[in-house]
Design a protein around this ligand. Structure first.
Ligand code: ADP
Ligand code: ZN
Ligand code: ZN
Length: 806
């Protein structure tokens, strides 16, 4: 029998990348691969994950202390996915495995106080006699309750800090660390009869009228069989009454698990809709794959409003019919409440929604419902990918091109990659959907890696809205300086006149962006981060968006002393003012980072706008995404090209996707839509094709550029960032690392670029230098990187397939 467990300890230290051996104690024979356990580690008790069993000699090994669950937390599929994550993304096994644990850890340690082992109560009372009564209360509370946290003690009267200090000083109590399991299941006690209804009725009769509460309880139990605490309260039955009947052997209680109701489900009634031909054709391809239980991936390239969501719902229904589970990923749950509502309408309690506002306890409940099979569908942002589903049938990634699918902290995984791996080993289908697929995914689809399904018409053949492109350079030549062109004004006026709604997208945030000296061209930058400071009207302040430091606006230029310091660029507030001036009666709601953190969350703003409370929704990228509001007929895009000049190889892709998605919000119902796009680059292919909803046109231009410069999908990128507090040191370290990489650059398939300072060369006084690797041979490069062991260096960040290369 194997009695040694190999355990990955769940601590974030990246330098620990090996499992440790622990003895499985005899009283915990169930421990097996995949279990979460509590183990001693140094002087601490930590969570651990069992990854394998062995039977070696057992000398000197420490024992596992406890199990955290009564079932294996990780199934085989989850273990394999974690192993792959750690290999592909070069993170430690613990970093990969903790992704599967809500809140990243199953336990929490708290400081607690308990009575000293050798406490002499008589001596203690002599010592405390001279002290106020609160001292004795605190000590006897600790004596009675065992280890108690400071939070618990804070409820007691008196100045608890002083009292504890005194008790510690005189060695009456000691500090301890208690480890509590997080996300314990909530339970309630249900009261029921232990005798037959007839006997209970006889007992009720036999009770004197004065015992009316006992009679009421028996009576109610005869009627309903079982009572919850709330029902007992409503019947005005006290715990004492229950106890009395329990001691007479008439009633008993049992404990049942309840699930915190985190997402109030409103079950809408849905009319069975007839699928469009395109939807049917999509499902004809997906259905057989689900039935066969084989892995296959699909890319649904469907224009905005083509009915992709309905295909997802039907595919999930098909998987559920086969008793297989589904993971549905959306880029951001707050912006996608409509898709969530549609899944809930279709599947009710079978859906678990992973919302970022859920507490760790609620996350655990959600996980338990999936694990126990009480729910079969999980919908959420990228972290829902790590749900404990045993019988995976399909993973869906809606808006697969969105960058939020990439995690920006270690492990820097991309949800699409992980989904494809997890589904492959589970024999499950993957459905990627987008109106603007990422260039990489589309390229893979064209080369046969995914089955391409095209849905090129909107439901009911509703036309895509025509786009008017306004050349802002010409506007300037004509002397028009307003941020809102006449064409945009006219479109808005017409929509407002017809009581329709408008969305205005501004690819920026704040009142104005940077502050520039008109005489010498100096731009005010953050002294810690080397990045332009952003001007914010409230408080008339400058803020660094990287380190959040605030500065006051100088009266004169710090470079040349000129007084002509002026604000550049238009922010949402400025546009709002311009709109107010043009349309004084229109009700405008602004949605950007400033308003969503202060006033209302995204979903509330969107809901109010959808309900018709506002005429115009104005905001940054967020207004472009996901919503389906039939009364929106006008979409205006101010400075369509802001993102185009970012020094990033995906700038054109970002711009095209944003424009197409924004335009896609217009005219989705039975009213015709229109779009006005303002730009300084009307000839750029991202703008030209964006104006024509022409994905293929965009792709054909973009793929040439990618091939010429050997960017993804023609290569994989790896970004290595070296950090140090000292500028000379950081360059020295980076150069040394680059030298160690020379064996990989010897391979013709691989190029090493740099070291070069990161585009934000300094953050919070830490200097950053990048090395970029471009390769057609990922396995070789990551293998070499793994051998160099740089993944566990604290001063090095490895980003595999980075979204941001600078
Ligand atoms: P997409 O996700 O492709 O942008 P949606 O799934 O949101 O598109 O569909 C657009 C609109 O068309 C929605 O209002 C949806 O309810 C409606 N719709 C989808 N499929 C059908 C159908 N078969 N018949 C009628 N209306 C449909
Ligand atoms: Zn100046
Ligand atoms: Zn800064």
């Amino acid at each position: 029998m194997s009695n040694i467990a190999q355990v990955i300890v769940n601590i974030p230290a990246r330098s620990i990348d090996k499992p440790f051996s622990y003895l499985i104690p005899e009283q915990l024979p169930a421990i097996d691969i995949g279990w979460r356990v509590l183990v001693p580690f140094g002087s601490r008790k930590v969570e651990g994950f069992v990854i394998s069993l062995e039977d070696e000699p057992t000398d000197g090994l420490k024992s596992i202390l406890a199990v955290l669950d009564d079932y294996p937390w990780f199934n085989d599929n989850m273990l394999k996915t974690a192993e792959w994550l750690s290999r592909y993304y070069l993170c430690s096994p613990a970093e990969a495995m903790r992704l599967f644990v809500p809140g990243l850890s199953g336990i929490k340690s708290t400081k607690a106080y308990q009575a000293a082992h050798a406490i002499d109560c008589e001596q203690a009372s002599i010592l405390l006699a001279a002290k106020p009564a609160e001292y004795r209360t605190v000590l006897s509370y600790i004596l009675d309750h065992g280890p108690v946290s400071q939070a618990d003690l804070a409820k007691l009267p008196g100045s608890i800090e002083t009292i504890l200090k005194f008790l510690l000083q005189h060695k009456l109590i000691i500090h301890t660390d208690t480890v509590l399991k997080r996300g314990k299941a909530s339970t309630i006690r249900l009261i029921n009869l232990t005798v037959s209804k007839e006997s209970a009725a006889q007992a009720e009769q036999a009770l004197p009228p004065s015992k009316s509460a006992q009679r009421r309880l028996l009576h109610a139990l005869i009627q309903t069989g079982e009572l919850s605490p709330t029902e007992l309260r409503n019947l005005h039955i006290s715990a004492d009454t229950v106890r009395k009947l329990t001691s007479q052997g008439l009633v008993a209680s049992r404990e049942v698990q309840i699930f915190r109701n985190s997402y109030n489900t409103i079950i809408h009634k849905v009319d069975e809709i007839t699928l469009t031909t395109a939807q049917q054709q999509a499902l004809q391809q997906i259905g057989p794959v689900l039935k066969a239980g084989i892995h296959k991936s699909f890319l649904i390239h469907g224009v905005t409003g083509s009915g992709k969501t309905q295909v997802y719902i039907k595919a999930v229904a098909e998987a559920r019919g086969l008793n297989r589970q589904a993971i549905v990923l959306v880029p951001e749950i707050a912006l996608t409440s409509q898709i969530v509502a549609r899944f809930q309408a279709a599947f009710g309690q079978d859906v678990v929604v992973m919302h970022s506002k859920l507490s760790v306890g609620e996350r655990h409940d959600a996980w338990r419902r999936l694990h126990s099979g009480q729910a079969g569908i999980v919908i959420g942002a990228r972290s829902a990918l790590f749900a404990p589903v045993d019988n995976l049938g399909v993973i869906i990634l809606d808006e697969e091109h969105e960058f939020t699918y990439k995690q920006e902290d270690s492990p820097r995984y991309h949800a699409r990659q992980v989904a494809l791996f997890r589904a492959r080993i589970a024999g499950a289908a993957v459905i990627l959907g987008s109106a603007t697929p990422s260039v990489e995914t589309y390229h893979q689809a064209l080369s046969g890696e995914h089955t391409l399904i095209t849905m090129d018409k909107r439901v009911d053949n509703v036309p895509l809205p025509p786009v008017t492109v306004v050349d802002m350079r010409e506007e300037l030549l004509k002397g028009r300086r307003s941020v809102i062109s006449p064409a945009l004004t006219e479109m808005l006026a017409e929509a407002l006149f017809r009581k329709e709604q408008a969305v205005i997208l501004l690819n920026r945030r704040g009142y104005s962006t940077f502050v520039l000296c008109r005489e010498c061209g100096h731009v005010l930058k953050c002294r810690h981060c080397d990045i332009a400071l952003v001007y914010h009207t409230p408080g008339h302040s400058l803020r660094c968006h990287y380190c959040q430091e605030r500065h006051t606006v100088p009266d004169t230029c710090p470079e040349c002393g000129s007084r002509y310091i002026r604000y550049f660029g238009a922010g949402t507030q400025k546009v709002e003012e311009a709109l107010n001036a043009l349309f004084p009666t229109a009700k405008i709601i602004r949605m950007d980072q400033d308003t969503t953190t202060k006033k209302m969350a995204h979903d509330k703003i969107l809901a109010a706008f959808a309900a018709g409370t506002y005429d115009i929704l104005l905001g940054t990228q967020m207004v472009a995404k996901g919503h389906d509001i039939p009364n929106v007929t006008a979409v205006g895009i101010i400075s369509a090209d802001t993102a185009l000049n970012l020094p990033d190889f995906r700038a054109a892709e970002r711009t095209f996707a944003l424009l197409t998605q924004a335009a896609g919000r217009a005219g989705r119902g039975n009213k015709a839509g229109r779009v006005v796009m303002q730009t300084y680059n009307p000839d750029h292919y991202a703008i030209v094709n964006g104006g024509m909803h022409n994905y293929q046109g965009f792709y054909e231009n973009e793929i040439i550029f990618r091939r010429q410069l050997n960017y993804p999908p023609y290569s994989n990128l790896i970004k290595i960032t070296v950090q140090a507090g000292d500028e000379i040191q950081v360059h020295r370290n980076a150069n040394q690392l680059a030298a160690e990489l020379s064996p990989v650059s010897a391979n013709a398939a691989t190029t090493v670029i740099g070291p070069f300072p990161a585009s934000v060369a300094k953050v919070k006084d830490i200097f950053r230098v990048n090395i970029l690797i471009k390769t057609k041979d990922m396995a070789e490069v990551t293998g070499h990187l793994a051998n160099l062991n740089i993944a566990c260096r604290k001063d090095v960040i490895i980003d595999i397939d980075p979204i941001n290369v600078l």
